[in-house]
Design a protein around this ligand. Structure first.
Ligand code: ZN
Ligand code: ZN
Length: 104
């Protein structure tokens, strides 16, 4: 008697189905988690223009936060030499590269 019992075949099939279903459910859950995380993450642009302490959006030109009163550091002016375009250390009066007087 080499005949395989149908119950064994059926149970084997069920085990395979459960494994496959579990695999797909796992992938689906991971995708949902990734999608949810992407929506929860704040955008970098909102942080860049906001208060460094409370994150409230600030209008340009303000020296103190409208929400918490924290001092807002003015954005560092592009410190490059007008003569040669060399990067200049803030506070320097003359360009290290070409000697051009830096208006500060
Ligand atoms: Zn603030
Ligand atoms: Zn220069």
């Amino acid at each position: 008697m080499n005949e395989i019992s149908p119950t064994i075949v059926l149970s084997g099939l069920i085990v395979v189905l459960i494994c496959v279903a579990g695999y797909f459910i796992k992938i689906r859950r991971r995708r949902q988690r990734i999608a949810a995380g992407a929506y929860d993450r704040p955008t970098m642009t909102a942080v860049a223009s906001g208060c460094p302490v409370c994150g409230a959006p600030q209008s340009p030109g303000m020296h103190f936060c409208e929400q918490c009163g924290a001092r807002l550091e003015p954005p560092v002016a592009p410190s490059s030499c007008p003569g040669c375009g060399n990067r200049v250390t803030p506070g320097e009066r003359f360009c290290e590269q070409c000697g051009t007087a830096l208006s500060r």
